[in-house]
Structure formats: C-alpha cells, structure tokens
Write a protein of this length. Structure first.
Length: 321
C-alpha cells in the first residue's frame, strides 16, 4: 500500500460526518498506526536470537569490537550478549579470553555483581597466568566491595570484600591494584568496627552491660587502627564505672589518655572519672581504687595514683591494659 494513499484514506474517514466530535480529538497517529505498522515504518530492531545468529557468522574480532562499542554507549546488555557469544562460538580463540574478562566488566558496570563474580571466577580458573589476571582479582574484589551495606545491617559482604581485597594485596603486592585494595581494606575494617559499635550501643541502652563490653572489646582488640577505637575505650570506661569496677575504668581511661590525649573521648572519660570521685578533677589524683589482693600473700598491688589531664594532641596506639 502506498503511504500517500494511506494518509488520504485516513483523513477522509477522520473528516466524515460519521465521526463524532468526541472521536475527532483522537491524535491522527492513533488512526494511522495500524497502516503505518503494515508499511514497516515502526519495525523493531533485531531480536536477541537474531543477534546471536548474526554473531555466529561474524569473525570473533568483529563481535568483540561490537561489544566494546556497546560498552561505550552504555548498552550493557548488548555488550554482555556479544562477549558471551564469543565465548560460546569460539571458546579457544584469544578473543574468548578477553571476552570473558570484558563480560565480567560489563556485568560490573550494570551492577549485576553476582553475574560479574561468576564471569570473573571463570576467567580466573581458566587463565590463571594471563597478563590481566591481577585486574580480574581486583575487579572481583570490587564486586564485593560495592555491595557493602550501612553499619546498621549485617556485614557478611564486608568481610567477603576484605578477604577478596586481601587476596589482591597478597598475590600482587607491588601493583597499583594492591595499593588501592589496601585503602579499601582499611575502610572495610572501619565499617566492621562501626557495626560492632552499633550493636554495643544497643546492648548498653538495654542495660546489657556485659554484652556491650564484649562488643567494645572486639573493636579495641581487632580494629585498633579504625576511627572507633577511642569511642570504644571511652564507653568501656563508662560501663566499668556503672558496674563499680573503678580500677578497670581507670586503666581503660589510662589507655585512652596515652593514645588519644587530645580527643573528646578522653575528655569525657576524665570527666566521668572525676564525677564519680574516682579521681580529683583538678589534679587527676586517684581518690578511690579497688585493692587487688594476691591469693598467696595477701599483699596489695599498687596502682598508678595520677590520671593525666586531657591534652591538645594525640599519640600512637602503643599498648592496651
């Protein structure tokens, strides 16, 4: 059917007396759509099956370049299909090796992390000595890292990310990937410490002090270099005071004083020790102290008698308890 004839018939019908005033407001495109579709004006692109059949007839380097072009256009599904077709059609060609890695990269770009990890695992297993193997390990670690949730949620993925990043550091210690992986490991450990602090604070609000102490001690023992250590020490000091363990409180505050003398957390710990008459607020002298008596001699072990007043600068984390 000629397109001019289609328009002529449609307009003749549109203007006829049989058309109500209500129907005349319909867009002309709705009237012409069936006719235009029959003329092939709205023909859709090739289906996924047609693309796969086409790729089977093309050289792998052409399909690979098509996949790269699709990536640049952010058409990630097409890129994944192209790279996957290379793996299926020419599994032993050099292009298949590159396609496996780019398949994982395309899945990563569209945030399909599980699919990306599967593709990268296949690449790592099949090509452990490939020149791009360090990048494959790094990209796989990033897939875990990008799935890290906030500190309020379960942190199993954070630990998986740290483990994968640590593998990059161990296997390729002199690479640029290792340097970035180490930075991300530090951030991941800070995340884990933050999660422990969230749980500890919740226990503390519920007056479950023993459970809270356990969480804060995990931060101090396992995540000493994170940003949460000073707060954990301060909260331990507070809990020991609530439990009447004044010597434990004072020793914990002493660790805090040594490592973070200028921090707000030591200032708060010092104030709490003073407000509970454990130390003299002006001099730092110990006012009350638990007496530790040895089982065999009954002698009293001497305790430090002065708490240093808060300072304006920090120190290094050198010792604990």
């Amino acid at each position: 059917m000629q397109l001019s004839g289609v328009f002529a018939q449609a307009m003749e019908w549109y203007k006829s007396p049989s058309m109500s005033q209500h129907r005349r407001i319909l867009p002309i495109v709705l009237i012409l759509a069936p006719a235009l579709a029959g003329c092939g004006m709205f023909k859709s692109g090739p289906t996924a099956t047609e693309i796969t059949e086409r790729n089977a007839r093309l050289p792998p380097e052409v399909v690979y370049n098509n996949g790269i072009n699709a990536l640049q256009k952010q058409d990630y599904q097409t890129a994944v299909n192209d790279f996957n077709d290379i793996e299926q059609n020419t599994p032993y060609s050099p292009w298949a090796t590159n396609a496996q890695l780019m398949h994982g990269y395309a899945e990563y770009l569209r945030s399909h992390y599980s699919d990306a990890i599967s593709a990268l695992n296949r690449y790592i297993d099949l090509h452990p000595a490939d020149r791009d193997i360090a990048y494959a390990y790094y990209l796989r670690a990033l897939c875990y890292y990008e799935q890290i949730s906030d500190v309020q949620r379960e942190q199993a993925t954070t630990q998986e990310a740290i483990d994968a990043l640590q593998e990059v550091v161990n296997r390729f210690p002199n690479s640029a990937y290792a340097r970035d992986a180490q930075l991300k490991i530090d951030l991941g450990e800070d995340q884990l410490a933050g999660h422990e602090m969230v749980i500890g604070k919740w226990y503390e609000k519920q007056h479950l002090y023993a459970a809270a102490i356990g969480r804060y001690q995990v931060v101090i023992n396992n995540y000493q270099t994170t940003n949460h250590t000073a707060e954990a020490l301060e909260r331990l000091t507070e809990l020991y005071l609530k439990l009447g363990l004044t010597d434990e409180a004072r020793r914990t505050a002493a660790v805090l004083a040594y490592n973070y003398p200028g921090s707000k957390w030591y200032q708060e710990a010092y104030a709490k020790l003073a407000s509970t008459d454990v130390i003299n607020p002006k001099t730092g002298d110990v006012v009350t102290s638990d007496a530790d008596t040895t089982a065999d001699t009954g002698s009293v072990q001497q305790k430090p008698t002065v708490m240093p007043q808060p300072k304006s600068s920090g120190g290094f984390f050198g010792w604990l308890f």
